[in-house]
Design a protein around this ligand. Structure first.
Ligand code: CTP
Ligand code: ZN
Length: 408
């Protein structure tokens, strides 16, 4: 057995970044922006057939490789990216710099339009390759200024360096970013006391309330955009949902989610989709198929595929209405429904409690695949430590009575 095999064991599922030039593993890690909880193995200066010695990074778990992962080529142009599934290498490719880089780097010219004080456009650079990585240059597409390799590396190493998406995305990371935003921005509310629960539309006395309507600031929207786009890209990469043409957001809350998701998919993952939404009140004039009920339907072609996004799912009846409204489009296919939070409750109201929850109902009756970024069991597990005994009992009792899951 070689020294490499002794040092570095195989993994079941995850990502292996191999053939990193010796000593560069930590710089690569900066570009990956891994969450600190990721199970990661970093090997430095191990033997290599092709490179003499090399560094190597193994990350266990299911990850999405966003297009930013290719920025690794700035520090490790020889790196190979291996996606490991079920102990085997499912996919292997070299990292490769894009021709054009948007955002990320700042133009060094203070007079460049991208550095103007008022609404500057995002930085944009053409990448010029060289014989070796040190000869790489970036040309600003606005003013022609050049960023040389030294300043590129310096910037990657500095505190100012940020990546909007991050090169590697996991479901856990998406959940964490999303829940942080919910809590920090007051979108997850707890009652002032156990005696004053929130009365829901269904009449049920709930120990919490999730309101994405509270997320109205730019910082929250950036997180929402990232979370929705990343989760959808991850589901597609896993083959859980098939490709689609449109994102549909039911009015009103779904509209902003659909636009954000649409923008995020393009910006972060290079996927160009269209979005649509419905009017609650039908317009009295205009073309029924173009925009009288469904805005954005003018571009729709028969047989196209639609992904529905929304904030929460409570009774499921609004989702059924949405699915029915989509029949106005003619022949189409709904590839799935992606929601922010699944309350994991049974259908019905305060007295009438059905056996199934809306997710099961939509899946069983309409054959709709439903995915949620966050569910209440995970949220409860994370916050229960900060609830007092009585409040915790309220949650547990509520879910014993109305839940499709039980809490403890
Ligand atoms: N690997 C792993 N766990 C697995 C399978 C592979 O950690 N279940 C790692 C290997 O240790 C290696 C990398 O993934 O570092 C690529 O695996 P493989 O293609 O089998 O190795 P090589 O042929 O050496 O790769 P290359 O052709 O890129 O040199
Ligand atoms: Zn410039």
């Amino acid at each position: 057995m070689s020294e490499k095999q002794l040092l570095v064991s195989k993994i079941e599922n995850g990502i292996v970044i191999d053939h990193i030039p010796a000593g560069k593993a930590f710089l690569v890690l900066r570009l990956l922006k891994l969450d600190p909880t990721a199970r990661t193995l970093i090997a430095q200066n191990v033997d290599s057939k092709s490179l003499n010695t090399k560094d190597l990074i193994k990350i266990e778990g299911t990850y999405l490789t966003s297009k930013e992962i290719d920025l690794i080529a700035f520090v490790a142009p020889s790196a190979t990216l291996n996606i490991v599934e079920n102990w085997g290498v499912k996919e292997k490719r070299l990292v490769q710099l894009p021709i054009l880089i948007e955002g990320i780097f700042k133009c060094p010219n203070p007079l460049c339009p991208t550095n103007s004080k008022y609404t500057p456009p995002r930085g944009q650079f053409n990448v010029e390759g060289g014989i070796n990585v040190e000869a790489l240059k970036l040309h600003c597409t606005y003013c022609g200024s050049i960023l040389y390799y030294g300043s590129i590396l310096e910037y990657i190493n500095s505190d100012a360096f940020t990546l909007e998406g991050g090169g590697l995305v996991s479901k856990e990371k998406i959940e964490q970013v999303f829940l942080d935003t919910l809590i920090k921005k007051g979108a997850l509310r707890l009652p002032p006391s156990p005696e004053e629960p929130f009365i829901l539309k269904s009449g049920r006395p709930s120990p919490y309330f999730v309101n994405l309507g509270a997320l109205t600031d730019g910082e929250s929207l950036t997180s929402l955009k990232w979370a929705f786009a990343s989760y959808i890209a991850l589901l597609m990469e896993q083959g859980a949902i098939e490709d689609f043409d449109y994102i549909f957001g039911p009015s009103y809350k779904g509209i902003s989610l659909a636009t954000l998701t649409c923008e995020g998919l393009k910006e972060l993952y290079g996927m160009d989709k269209r979005y649509m939404y419905d009017r609650k009140e039908e317009k009295a004039y205009g073309d029924i198929s173009a925009d009288r009920v469904i805005v954005g339907a003018g571009y729709f072609k028969q047989g196209q595929r639609i992904l529905v996004v929304d904030d929460t799912i409570t009774t499921g009846s609004t989702k059924v209405e949405t699915i029915e409204k989509l029949h106005l489009l003619g022949k189409h296919q709904v590839v799935g429904l992606v929601i922010a939070v699944d309350r994991q409750e049974r259908m019905g109201d305060a007295e009438n409690i059905a056996k199934r929850g809306p997710v099961e109902y939509l899946e069983d009756e309409l054959g709709l695949k439903v995915f949620s970024i966050e569910n209440i069991k995970t949220i409860f597990d994370l916050i229960k430590g900060s609830l007092d005994d009585e409040m915790r009992r309220l949650w547990v009792e509520y879910y014993d009575k109305y839940g499709t899951i039980s809490l403890e």
